[in-house]
Design a protein around this ligand. Structure first.
Ligand SMILES: *Cc1c(COP(=O)(O)O)cnc(C)c1O
Length: 373
């Protein structure tokens, strides 16, 4: 019986178990759980890893996006350009900030928004662009920054799926005016609970974000701004510090898996393989997403064989009920709509063995040569 889960974190955690236990004991021993030295040290280490200037750690990726938008002044009446195909949190954060998400279709090879499509939707109300490095694929950041400069727009990177990715040699999360990320446990760099961070080269925005995550206070009991409560805690920061040291190695394992799938699945059925990167684009394979017209049947076939898969994401953002007020009707974003029907994410976690990757590929081949079609 095959038993290959879509995702397992066991390998990561087994590898660093002693360090995690020691970190837990240290934090408990110190008795400081909120905004202590683990958080400030992690902020420095993560900013250094990205080459991103300042880092402000917060409670989760949604809050990171929301705070980033607020800090740069995005609010009511503003339009924010977002990819049509992304995690719903991206759109939800824009709406929560009071602005209107304005979608542009993504490139189906890299799953990211294209600079040329951005220009077509800019209006006098456009204030910002959220560049999402979906599935670990870096957006074409130099071109996006150039458009933003010429049209006086702000760029916010959503780097939740792109930890360690590079565009033209420079890491994602270090390009935008202000950037947000998530450390949800399943991300390439994941906490053991919720977590997120904002990065920016702008000291003033970093200070504003620092205040915003703590009720608007930079100093104890001195509330200069409006704010929320969204703090990374000391335990999560200590775990993230340990995991950050392994991020490149774990991303390397993801890349080997991606190459192996691509090799084994070339020319199989109608499968469209994802982009593997090139000199400009160094993805980190947060997901390995194939496209096929037989998606639902393939998913069921693999599930029956004992192989887990997932769909990121089954409903396009604009067709979610929460977006009703945007009045974007079915048919308006055909690329996103088609992707939601054809995409399938295959298992790609660090620690997934080469033998298991070959089993997944073999079963996909057998599906396409069988009468299930
Ligand atoms: C996970 C994710 C988020 C939200 O992060 P949370 O920590 O779950 O709030 C936002 N954007 C993208 C692209 C994500 O993958």
């Amino acid at each position: 019986m095959i038993d290959i889960p879509f995702l397992s974190l066991d390998y990561q955690h087994w590898q660093i178990k002693a360090e995690l236990n020691a970190a837990f004991a240290d934090v408990v021993g110190r008795g400081s759980f909120i905004l202590g030295e683990e958080v400030s040290t992690f902020e420095k280490e993560f900013a250094t890893y990205l080459g991103a200037g300042y880092c402000v750690a917060v409670g989760n990726g949604f809050d990171a996006l929301y705070i980033a938008l607020k800090v740069v002044g995005v609010g009511s009446g503003d339009e924010v350009i977002v990819p049509s195909h992304t995690c719903f949190a991206t759109w939800q954060a824009v709406m929560h900030a009071g602005a209107r998400p304005v979608p542009v279709e993504v490139d189906t090879n890299t799953f990211t928004l294209t600079p040329s499509s951005i220009e077509a939707v800019i209006t006098p109300r456009t204030k910002a662009i959220v560049a999402v490095h979906l599935y670990g694929y870096p957006c074409a950041m130099d071109a996006i920054m150039a458009i933003a400069r010429s049209k006086n727009l702000l760029v916010i990177e959503d780097n939740a799926q792109g930890h360690g990715a590079r565009w033209k040699g420079k890491t994602t999360g270090s390009w935008g005016h202000i950037n947000a990320t998530s450390f949800y446990p399943t991300k390439n760099l994941g906490a053991m609970g919720d977590g997120g961070a904002i990065t920016t080269q702008n000291a003033d925005w970093a200070n504003k974000a620092r205040a915003c995550r703590n009720y608007g206070a930079l100093e104890k009991e001195k509330y200069d701004d409006e704010g929320i409560n969204s703090r990374l805690d000391e335990l999560q920061a200590s775990f993230l510090r340990i995991k950050l040291k392994h991020l490149d190695e774990w991303n390397g394992l993801r890349k080997s898996t991606a190459k192996r799938y691509a090799y084994m699945l070339a020319g199989v059925g109608d499968v469209v393989l994802p982009f593997l990167g090139n000199n400009e684009s160094e993805p980190v394979f947060h997901q390995f997403v194939i496209q096929t017209a037989y998606r639902d049947r393939l998913l069921k076939y693999l599930r029956d064989k004992g192989i887990g898969t997932a769909i990121h994401y089954p409903t396009p953002c604009h067709l979610q009920k929460a977006c009703g007020k945007l009045e974007i009707v079915k048919g308006e974003l055909p690329v996103a709509e088609k992707l939601s029907e054809t995409i399938l994410s295959l298992p790609i976690w660090p620690g997934l063995s080469a033998a298991d990757v070959e089993i997944v590929a073999r079963e996909i081949k057998s599906f396409f040569s069988s009468s299930y079609l």
